[in-house]
Write a protein that binds this ligand. Structure first.
Ligand code: IPM
Ligand code: MN
Length: 385
């Protein structure tokens, strides 16, 4: 197989702590499967780098990272010595958070956040069917509510007005919706072949499909983009006659995520709606500590996708060895899956890693064991597998 060059960026807070066992696990599964991984560490983007250089990343970050096939990022955000919680919202208070810079800089327009129940983690829902939760939330990652247009007029005065523009283009909407249907098709196929348990979804015209795409909007209040998304969804859907379709308003979707999450399969949402829904979905699966995430450009495999857990840098527990590395490990497994679309050794390594994490969670005491203990348990398990 080919050699995969990975930029490893541990970042801030618990990032370096959860990255260490992840790198060890990656080396272990790569060794087992004969996968050629070349891991190169970067101490940026990070607030450490910012303290030393006055910026989160060097000016040529794009060129440096573009030399890699993928980027594996720990976490970003640092409240700083003043413990001002606002400091870690945006890197320097003005520019885009580096996370957003990376997503934009490489045009990683699709954010995928699988939400699969992991037995052994906290279950907040009482209905036993909530154990069957298995969805994939696809978040539009390039525009929408995140375009950073607008401003503050007369700041600090009684007449102040803040505007925050949202931009939705047909091009970006169509490609994200089409991508959601493509992913649904893959899930339908896996259910047909028995590689995943079957899931029946009602179809509008009667009968059942074994995969579904649910469109999220707020078209009752935000009609312009809501109508455009609905129209484009209706235009794309006929190209995928085997996939069931559904629509939910974002507020109702939040309610149903909590009351009957098992009715969802692939969910496609705008940038902000996707951001909010994926925190909610993560908690239903077992918490932010087990939620993986990736940012990809499905039309261009030459730009490096960015793999990062959904969680942040957790400054409250950073430096204490308490953070669970599961989300980072599962994120690394997603990276291997992505490589696995071309390289069977990577596909096997990803499956191996995911199984080890799931098995460890299931047999773990449920108590916090600390980063190192979990990392060691995973390595042991990978040895024995
Ligand atoms: C996420 C985060 C980011 C986002 C923040 C840190 C800008 O919440 O990856 O979900 O809103 O996209
Ligand atoms: Mn978020």
């Amino acid at each position: 197989g080919r050699t995969w060059r990975v930029a490893v960026c541990p970042g801030d807070g618990i990032g370096p702590e959860v990255m260490a066992p992840t790198v060890a696990a990656l080396r272990a599964v790569a060794g087992r499967e004969g996968l050629a991984l070349e891991l190169q560490h970067y101490d940026w983007p990070s607030h450490d780098w910012h303290r030393r250089h006055g910026e989160m990343m060097p000016g040529d970050w794009r060129e440096q990272l573009a030399a890699h096939d993928a980027i594996l990022l720990g976490a970003l955000g640092d409240p700083g010595p003043t413990n001002d919680p606002d400091r870690y919202l945006l890197s320097d208070g003005v520019s885009l958070a580096p996370l957003l810079q990376l997503r934009k800089g490489f045009d990683l327009w699709a954010c995928e956040r699988p939400a699969v129940r992991l037995p052994g983690t906290p279950q907040y829902l009482a209905d036993p069917r909530a154990e069957e939760l298995d969805m994939l939330v696809i978040r539009e990652n390039s525009e929408g509510e995140y375009v950073a247009q607008g401003g503050r007029l007369a700041p600090g005065t009684a007449r102040e007005v803040a505007t925050q523009v949202e931009v939705f283009t047909r091009l970006a909407t169509e490609r994200i919706i089409r991508h959601a249907f493509e992913r649904a098709l893959q899930r339908a196929h896996l259910r047909q072949t028995g590689e995943r348990p079957p899931r029946p979804f009602p179809r509008t015209g009667g009968g059942e499909a074994n995969a579904q795409v649910c469109l999220i909007t707020k078209r009752n209040a935000q009609a312009y983009w809501g109508e455009m998304w609905t129209e484009i969804f209706a235009e794309v859907a006929p190209d995928y006659p085997e996939i069931a379709t559904h629509h939910e308003l974002v507020d109702a979707a939040c309610m149903k995520f909590v009351t009957r999450p098992w009715v969802f399969d692939v969910v496609v949402a705008s940038n902000l709606h996707g951001d909010i829904l994926t925190d909610l979905a993560a908690v239903l699966c077992g918490g932010m500590g087990v939620a993986p995430s990736c940012n990809i450009n499905p039309q261009d495999r030459r730009v490096p996708p960015l793999f990062e857990p959904t969680h942040g840098s957790a400054p409250d527990i950073a430096g204490q060895g308490l953070a669970g590395p599961e989300a980072m490990l599962l994120t690394a497994a997603m990276m291997l899956d992505w490589m696995g679309e071309e390289d069977p050794a990577a596909a096997r390594a990803g499956e191996r890693l995911r199984l080890a994490v799931a098995a460890d969670l299931q047999t773990g005491s449920g108590e916090a064991r600390g980063t190192e203990a979990v990392g060691a348990a995973i390595l042991d398990r990978l040895d024995q597998q």
